[in-house]
Design a protein around this ligand. Structure first.
Ligand code: GMT
Length: 374
């Protein structure tokens, strides 16, 4: 099959899933054409089956907002036509699904049928998508797609709740390449950060409000009142300076390290004892899965699809959103020397359920089904 993949090529989880999916499929012999406005972050090597088509956005003095969606739809039309694509798979509803539906209609007018699959990732539904300024277009684009997938049962439920969706949504969860994400021998990092055997706690995100990094810092503050600990914050975003101030106000700035955006996050996860994810909303929680693959147990909120990943009492604990006391209690339980090894083993065992080798065939089967139904 010749497949076009459209995604946000940045650090976000949806872009990572789309890129890793394309790479995985290319390794299996599919021809994968990425259609994005810049080279996806993880697409930095040569593979004979991987192609990249850049969307050029022409600006013009009249445009206050350059019409990216139109440029994207036009590019999709070109790539489908000239690369003879069999399928378009777009990740994140806004604006990729509506651009794909437009491209599909243009191609139909030219006698070309192209199936469109839309994968819903989370904030395209739970935050931005249901806003009245986008809702009618999102509803229409989902209904006009030939296939729709969601990354968790919870996101599927939310989509039916907030939009008038008339079609079946298939749940295909996020996945992980366990060859890439695995515990590495990086003891020297641990010794450098935790010279006196402190417990190491990690959070990674794009530092948006929805991640509730205040709670990460508050939980850490309470943990280190009980046991020696250090906190590593990986990523960057709008909340960064506020979080730095909070750390100073709580007098824990010296125990916290801000590492910024890291490519090789698995190196940090390899030396972590606990991963915190207290999000307000989280359709799946890919970064938590990355931590589990590196044998790191979780303390999370019960937002969205997180409880489908983090098994309460097994791979970590799930607390109500914002319940800092409960999260602290759970974290201290996991960090006890007699408990930690079991939680670490369970985290890796659970991550194996989401190994790319299990999840990729689900996408392949879904592609076959959608193409056959055309
Ligand atoms: O939340 C993020 O950090 C980025 C966001 C995105 O849109 O790329 O991630 C969403 O998609 C990921 C991949 O499917 C999921 O693992 C994340 O849970 C989801 N984020 C939210 O729902 C807030």
């Amino acid at each position: 099959m010749n497949i076009g993949i459209v995604c946000y090529p940045t650090f976000g989880g949806s872009g990572v899933v789309a890129t890793e999916l394309g790479i995985g499929l290319a390794k299996k012999g599919y021809k994968i054409h990425f259609i994005t406005y810049s080279q996806p972050t993880r697409l930095d090597f040569f593979n004979e089956n991987l192609f990249y088509h850049e969307v050029n956005i022409r600006s013009y003095p009249l445009f206050k907002f350059p019409p990216y969606e139109l440029a994207l739809a036009s590019k999709m039309v070109d790539v489908v036509k000239y690369e003879k694509l069999d399928l378009l798979h777009v990740h994140y509803a806004i604006p990729h699904a509506s651009a794909a539906v437009l491209a599909k209609q243009i191609l139909k007018d030219q006698g070309i049928e192209i199936p469109v699959i839309t994968t819903l990732h989370g904030t395209d539904i739970t935050l931005v998508g249901k806003d009245p300024s986008y809702e009618p277009v999102v509803t229409y684009s989902i209904n006009q797609s030939d296939g729709v997938t969601s990354v968790s049962e919870d996101l599927k439920k939310d989509t039916y709740k907030h939009f008038n969706i008339r079609r079946e949504i298939e749940v295909i969860p996020n996945f992980i390449d366990l060859e890439k994400f695995k515990k590495q021998r990086k003891e020297h990092f641990k010794t450098a950060i935790c010279p006196n055997g402190e417990k190491l706690i990690v959070h990674t995100s794009n530092f948006r409000k929805v991640k509730r990094i205040d709670d990460v810092v508050k939980v850490f503050h309470k943990i280190q009142e009980q046991i020696p600990a250090r906190l590593l914050l990986v990523g960057d975003g709008p909340e960064r300076s506020h979080i730095e101030t909070l750390c100073r106000d709580l007098g824990i700035y010296d125990e916290v390290r801000f590492l910024g955006k890291l490519e090789a996050v698995q190196e940090v996860l390899s030396v972590a004892d606990l991963f915190l994810m207290p999000s307000e909303k989280e359709s799946f929680g890919l970064s938590a899965l990355e931590a589990m693959a590196c044998e790191v147990p979780l303390v999370t909120s019960d937002a969205g699809g997180i409880p489908e990943l983090n098994l309460h009492g097994v791979t970590g604990f799930v607390s109500p959103i914002g319940d800092v006391e409960d999260m602290t209690k759970n974290a201290l339980h996991i960090l006890k020397d007699e408990n930690l090894p079991t939680f670490k083993t369970n985290a890796l065992k659970r991550a194996k359920d989401f190994d790319i080798t299990n999840i990729l065939p689900q996408y392949e089967a879904y592609y076959e089904k959608v193409v056959a139904e055309m």
